[in-house]
Design a protein around this ligand. Structure first.
Ligand SMILES: Cc1cc2nc3c(=O)[nH]c(=O)nc-3n(C[C@H](O)[C@H](O)[C@H](O)COP(=O)(O)OP(=O)(O)OC[C@H]3O[C@@H](n4cnc5c(N)ncnc54)[C@H](O)[C@@H]3O)c2cc1C
Length: 463
């Protein structure tokens, strides 16, 4: 929240251009509209300027300028913030998209990856060496945002969250210093950036441990979504070996060319899954899913891991209303609730997304990183699209709220990267108990004036 004491100052573009050595894009530039665009179709701020940084020195110069001039600052990487926090009305966007260097060490199975890369671009590069780090389900998501919030994807049960493969990072803090953080250097800050989001500075690059992905069975499986199949799918995912991670989207079937027309619009389990390891074991692991019902589409096969990130439509700009939550179980009653809510809605897209957790992710102690939900069993996102009018937003929000209340099983935690603008109580839900206190204390040390507040903000402890 802005207070009078922290109200941002107007930004002078000539002063900014004089202070930084890289491209500054203002409202008078022809590419301003393209440069200010983010992923979500209902997020449309007009920043005073966007700085396309080309180096860590540029990042430091922009951070110093913003601090010294009291400018409202947002940090942008892949632009997929669910809360629209990678831009800021009338403020300054520090855009890291042009930081794209990749330095793979195949012998050590590590990669230094610059902060402007997307999950798809980095994965494509590392898979060429038979190696990868796990990000999420969408290739266009930036490695920065997903890593700093945790990272739940196709390797979550086998190798944990993205942050569980993060060995080090370089980050420019509010004082303008570029710091290396890892287990031995500034360990508190290293703890905080593994789940604490954009609160602590601007990451310029990340060092990841890479995993062997030479043998992967994966792809898409579409099943008819009865409550029995939904329950069976989750039970199978929980019983599966840890090599297998599955994301089940229960939703009306989109009109896809490869899906027979009579199924379009009918509820399906649209599953994306990977088994990382021996190919025959992979086929055995997916057999129980295939046996739940006659698949409507079965594209599970040996793949290159990078195929999990197919090309995307650059003009896709969804306007979702959504809520994230953790669940303990999907029994028949929960599965029936899912079917009933999805059938009762007429939103152009509506879905319950379920991810079975556990495995390597759950073996990391809850206080080892700022992502504390290590024992949660299932991550859910309930989502529907709205038509960008306030009336429709209210209607779709009511559906999400009622759906979430009906699904509630007593775990009031939240995954920070799936939060929208839900207020401080929900940010606290992402950082339960002592996690919040420790983050706030580290924030006070590294960002006492809350320069980095355009994020799921943890204010400094003394504020
Ligand atoms: C379609 C879609 C699919 C998704 N799928 C998954 C998924 O499968 N698993 C999952 O875990 N998450 C998923 N997410 C959530 C995603 O991880 C977050 O939205 C993430 O913040 C996006 O990162 P970004 O770099 O693209 O976003 P941006 O909007 O560029 O950044 C988001 C925030 O991260 C911070 N930030 C970005 N770059 C930096 C930096 N270099 N230094 C410091 N702070 C920075 C800023 O606070 C910024 O507001 C998905 C989101 C979308 C929209």
């Amino acid at each position: 929240m802005q207070t009078p004491a922290t109200r941002p100052a107007p930004l002078s573009i000539p002063d900014l251009r004089a202070a930084v050595g890289c491209r500054v894009i203002g409202p008078d530039d022809t590419d301003y509209d393209e440069a200010r665009r983010v992923f979500l179709g209902d997020v449309d701020p007009h920043p005073a300027a966007i700085v396309r940084v080309a180096s860590a020195d540029d990042v430091a110069a922009v951070v110093r300028f913003a601090r010294e001039n009291g400018v409202d600052l947002a940090v942008r990487s892949g632009g997929h913030s669910n809360a629209g926090q990678s831009s800021v009305e009338g403020g300054l966007v520090l855009d890291v998209r042009d930081l794209k260097a990749i330095d793979i060490d195949p012998a050590a199975s590590t990669v230094w990856a610059e902060a402007g890369l997307t999950a798809a671009r980095l994965t494509e590069a590392t898979v060429a060496h038979g190696l990868a780090v796990g990000f999420g389900d969408t290739g266009s998501v930036g490695i920065s945002g997903i890593t700093l919030g945790g990272g739940v994807g196709y390797m979550v049960r086998k190798h944990g969250l993205t942050i569980d493969s993060l060995l080090a990072a370089e980050i420019v803090t509010a004082d303008g210093l570029l710091r290396r953080v890892d287990a031995d250097h500034e360990p508190d800050l290293f703890w905080a950036i593994r789940g604490g989001g954009g609160n602590f500075g601007v990451a310029t690059r990340f060092l990841y441990r890479l995993h062997d992905v030479r043998e992967v069975v994966g792809g898409m499986l579409i099943l008819p979504a009865t409550s029995e199949v939904i329950q069976g799918f989750i039970a199978s995912a929980e019983a599966a070996p840890e090599e297998l991670s599955a994301i089940a989207n229960i939703m009306p079937a989109p009109p896809m060319a490869f899906l027979p027309e009579e199924h379009h619009g009918k509820l399906v389990v649209f599953a994306l899954m990977t088994h990382i390891g021996d190919l025959e074991a992979g086929q055995r692991a997916i057999a129980p899913f295939r046996a739940l019902a006659t698949p409507l589409v079965d594209m599970l096969r040996p793949i290159a891991y990078s195929e999990m990130y197919p090309p995307e439509d650059p003009d896709y700009a969804p306007a979702p209303v959504q809520r994230t939550m953790f669940l303990e179980r999907i029994d028949r009653a929960a599965a029936t609730t899912i079917v009933e809510f999805l059938e009762a809605s007429d939103a152009s897209l509506r879905a319950a997304q379920l991810r079975v957790l556990g495995g390597a992710m759950a073996r990391v102690p809850a206080d080892a990183t700022a992502f504390a939900h290590r024992s949660s069993r299932i991550m859910a996102v309930l989502v529907n699209f709205y038509d960008k009018t306030p009336e429709d937003h209210a209607r779709r929000q009511a559906w999400v709220d009622e759906f979430a209340a009906a699904m509630d099983q007593g775990d009031d935690g939240a995954y920070v990267n799936f939060l929208v603008n839900e207020g401080e109580a929900r940010v606290r839900a992402a950082y339960p108990g002592t996690t919040w206190d420790r983050l706030a204390e580290i924030k006070a040390r590294y960002d006492p004036t809350n320069l980095f507040r355009h994020c799921q903000n943890v204010p400094p402890a003394h504020a």
